[in-house]
Design a binder for this molecule. Structure first.
Ligand code: BGC
Ligand code: BGC
Length: 868
């Protein structure tokens, strides 16, 4: 369907980006910004009214595997007697290191800090590991200060080390969980946990927000890759192993000892089962499915000694988990025997009805023991203190929450610890990316790759083969690693940010040394002399959380397909290597390749692929494929739920499928009917969603003759005329603030320098729909338009309207595409069939816009040719 609906044709003369920008400048527009980002659109199901019913005795009755001991309990009682109310309230609040200073941790007695996905020492996501350790010491010293009678309880620092110590430059990064699921090897998972713990201890953190025990049932969910499997049985089998690896074996001195740290079982409960796979959405499963599918990882995690559970963003039958006492307390604590503490998710308490980021006694009463209040901690602290004083937050419950946190801190020895830099592994930077660690990551990557197709036994490749490698994933460690890598969404990472990593191409190069074989890299698939085989590495660009939600499962990017076709026409056998966070519909690519590997997100060890692909000089195979799908591979692109055990189970490749070199199976040509017919839902019509350009669209800042692609949370144009900054509205970073200081443009442009045909859309009455607000405007001329290549554009004046709209209100503007055909401000002949930027905003002077969304939608009743 992608072939027909979104007619992507090479744009006539994209030549260089600079020439395109210059053309606009010549046309008199100082800056242009293109937006093209979207997060799971579609109809967010309104949270159902019916509250799910829980029958407690339907849930397993477990007892905490850790008995409470008298000495610890006495110590907790003494501490509670000593602590002031302020100290107790501070203890249950966790702030983000980007929004709190060590001195504030001391003044407000905060019990914990975290670094969110985009937070780092000195706000530098590529900071040297020593900066992390230094900051850990500073927080520690502040929290343990006993001056003025402070109790001085050590702060604990949590981080999202979800596939290795993934915030740290140089760390060993393992495959994301979806790949680990394919490895089907709990012992390996335990070793990964052990290594991850050590690498975290190097930089002084106490706690990781892992493992994710989600059982992802709808692969449109942008967090599918954080899930080991759609199969609860596998998640259950891994849960204990990963907890044990991170924390050490319960009942031995290793448990929470110097080689280990605190893990988090998350997100309780139902995160992987929201309707339509919408992140933070509503889970409508039955109680039995909630228990048997979504909660499957928790009993084994608790049995292995898990001490922290993170409450989930999602609802169950309309009730937000952060406020669900039945599940957080009666089930988790009462039935499953959980004896640690429940931490909230990022401002997740604000989702509870009646709550806001700044106040939510209801979450605490429901069973939340620690608020994750990254940037909102101060207001929350003040309100919670007032609520504790007024009795709105019962003191007994506050004391209980504090006790639970203290109990865990005591169990992990934190109260008797030395400062972070004096601990066993602190500052041993040589452990980050240590060869022994990388060897395990390489083994994991090898075991995680699944061979879907190997017709005519093309693989393994003969010694001495002349290999061509191409595709945008071939030499791209950032793409191999996916989201939650150095940055939150995993964007902006370059190979140099992985000093110990290896791209797939580099791995092949190293492996071929001395073998007689050669590998040539090419960015567009061209070659000088004909190769024996072409390897095309392609796939999804990194994403995380809701920004990775999709309306369907069509891979939707044809560039690799075109190359595969060309190789085939030239008689060159092809190996497709697909990097992705989930199974996607890639039937056209499957048909055009002789061998096809689902590599998922293998992490820093790209060399794993060479281990599998290359025969040794004597013709033997070093490593065979052993990966088996832990997610069913879809037959069409609709994104309909497809899970092993379904009544009508018709996958393309079933759960557990995966070829080895022993299998001589030929995969026949597969249907190229994607099963989609909603053109309005593909990315030919979604340009910017939740403040981010939707691939293949890019948000570009155009300043003078230079284009800067927005890749980071804050991106400044080349000469500083315009800045794009991610900002929060309903969720974190779900909008972008365009801060124009002087004449410049922003544009949402096709990332592959192609164009789209909007003729039919225009005829069918579609409109460019914008959701935005105007934070400031000096009233200077400003325009919104479409661009159709070099010196080809149409603009509508919006300067005066923007000035009038300055304020806090959000607006939705519907500008019929037809308006642009009639637009006054133009360069070149409008070519609606050749749109290179479906949204351009040009301003002659200062203006500040906050944009949530830009997409095509049917013209609304009140649409005008402008903003109103
Ligand atoms: C995510 C969690 C994560 C937390 C801290 C949240 O948005 O849902 O999985 O641990 O942020 O970064
Ligand atoms: C993520 C954080 C991230 C933040 C950015 C949250 O949803 O979980 O880790 O840093 O958004 O605003």
């Amino acid at each position: 369907m992608r072939k027909n609906s979104l007619k992507i044709a090479p744009s006539r003369k994209p030549k260089s980006r600079v020439s395109l920008a210059l053309a606009w400048v010549l046309a008199g527009y100082a800056a242009m910004v293109t937006l093209g980002h979207a997060a799971g659109s579609g109809s967010a199901p309104s949270d159902g009214q019916v509250q799910g019913q829980i029958q407690l005795n339907n849930w397993p009755q477990q007892h905490s595997p850790l008995p409470r001991d008298a000495a610890t309990e006495a110590r907790i009682t003494r501490l509670l007697q000593q602590m002031t109310l302020e100290e107790k309230v501070g203890q249950i609040i966790q702030a983000d290191i980007d929004s709190v200073t060590p001195d504030e941790v001391r003044r407000y007695h905060l019990g914990s800090v975290l670094n969110g996905g985009n937070s780092a020492p000195n706000q530098d996501n590529r900071a040297h590991p020593r900066e992390w350790l230094k900051l850990a010491d500073a927080f520690w010293a502040a929290s343990t200060d006993r001056q003025g009678g402070r109790t001085g309880i050590p702060v604990m620092w949590g981080t999202d080390a979800v596939h290795g110590q993934s915030k740290i430059v140089g760390a060993t990064l393992f495959p994301h969980n979806i790949g680990l699921g394919a490895a089907n090897d709990p012992a390996l998972i335990r070793r990964i946990g052990e290594i991850t713990a050590k690498e975290i201890l190097v930089t002084g953190q106490d706690w990781t927000f892992a493992p994710t025990l989600a059982v992802a049932r709808n692969d449109r969910w942008g967090r599918s890759y954080e899930s080991y499997s759609e199969n609860p049985e596998l998640v259950g089998r891994y849960a204990g192993a990963i907890i044990e690896g991170l924390q050490g074996k319960l009942g031995t001195p290793d448990y929470l000892g110097p080689d280990h740290l605190l893990a988090t079982a998350k997100h309780f409960v139902g995160d992987g089962g929201t309707a339509d796979g919408i992140d933070t959405g509503n889970n409508l499963s039955s109680e039995a499915a909630l228990r048997d599918i979504h909660a499957a990882g928790y009993p084994p995690a608790i049995a292995a000694g898990a001490q922290v559970v993170m409450a989930s963003f999602n609802s169950w039958h309309g009730q937000k988990m952060h406020g669900n006492k039945t599940l957080l307390t009666d089930v988790l604590v009462g039935r499953l025997g959980f004896d640690g503490f429940v931490v909230g998710d990022w401002n997740g308490h604000a989702l509870v009805p009646g709550c806001s980021e700044n106040q939510c006694a209801a979450a605490v009463t429901a069973g939340l023991d620690m608020f994750m209040a990254p940037n909102t901690w101060k207001g929350l602290y003040e309100t919670t203190l007032a609520q504790a004083r007024s009795g709105e937050l019962p003191l007994a419950r506050l004391d209980e929450a504090v006790s639970r946190i203290l109990r865990v801190k005591i169990r992990m020895g934190l109260l008797d610890q030395v400062p972070p830099s004096q601990r066993k592994y602190a500052g041993k930077y040589e452990l980050l990316g240590a060869p022994a660690h990388r060897a395990v990551a390489r083994e994991a990557a090898r075991k995680s790759m699944v061979l879907l197709k190997n017709n005519r036994a093309l693989l393994p490749l003969k010694p001495g083969s002349k290999i061509l490698i191409t595709g945008d994933g071939a030499d791209n460690i950032g793409k191999q690693c996916g989201g939650w890598t150095l940055t939150w969404q995993g964007l902006g990472n370059r190979n140099e940010h992985f000093p110990h990593g290896e791209s797939i191409y580099q791995g092949l190069q190293h492996a071929l040394i001395g073998s007689g074989g050669t590998v040539q890299w090419s960015d567009d698939g061209s070659y000088d002399s004909k190769p024996d085989v072409a390897i095309v590495v392609f796939g999804e660009d990194p994403y995380a959380e809701f920004q990775g939600d999709r309306p369907h499962l069509d891979f939707s990017d044809d560039s690799a397909l075109q190359m595969l076709k060309r190789f085939r026409q030239a008689g060159i056998p092809t190996v497709a290597v697909f990097l992705s966070g989930r199974p996607l519909w890639v039937n056209p690519e499957l048909n055009q390749s002789d061998a096809f590997i689902a590599a998922f997100l293998p992490g820093t060890e790209g060399g794993a692929l060479a281990d599998l692909l290359l025969q040794k000089p004597d013709g033997s195979v070093g490593y065979d494929f052993s990966g088996k799908l832990s997610f069913s591979w879809p037959n069409d692109a609709t994104g309909r739920e497809l899970n092993v055990g379904d009544a009508d189970y018709q996958p393309l490749f079933a759960y557990g499928y995966g070829l080895s070199y022993q299998d001589k199976r030929t995969v026949a040509t597969v249907s190229e009917n994607a099963g989609l017919n909603l053109t309005s839902n593909d990315n030919g019509s979604r340009y910017l969603i939740a403040g981010k350009a939707v691939a293949p669209w890019q948000l570009q800042l155009i300043d003078g003759d230079k284009i800067t692609v927005v890749e980071n949370a804050t991106q400044v144009s080349s000469l500083g005329a315009v800045t794009a900054r991610a900002a929060d509205r309903k969720q974190q970073e779900d909008t972008v603030i365009i801060d124009v200081r002087s004449k410049s443009l922003i544009a949402l442009s096709h990332g592959q320098d192609r164009s789209i045909d909007l003729v039919e859309n225009s005829n069918a009455g579609m409109a460019l729909e914008l959701e935005y607000r105007v934070l400031a405007s000096a009233g200077q001329p400003a325009r919104i338009g479409l661009a159709c290549g070099t010196s080809c554009s149409r603009f509508i004046e919006v300067g005066p309207a923007l000035k009038q709209q300055v304020g806090t209100d959000w607006h939705t503007a519907s500008i019929p595409l037809a308006c642009f055909a009639k637009a006054q401000q133009e360069t070149g002949n409008m070519k609606m069939n050749h749109i290179t930027s479906p949204f351009v905003f040009a301003s002659d002077g200062a203006v500040q816009l906050q944009l949530a969304r830009v997409q095509l939608k049917p013209v609304s009743a009140d649409a005008v040719c402008g903003l109103k």
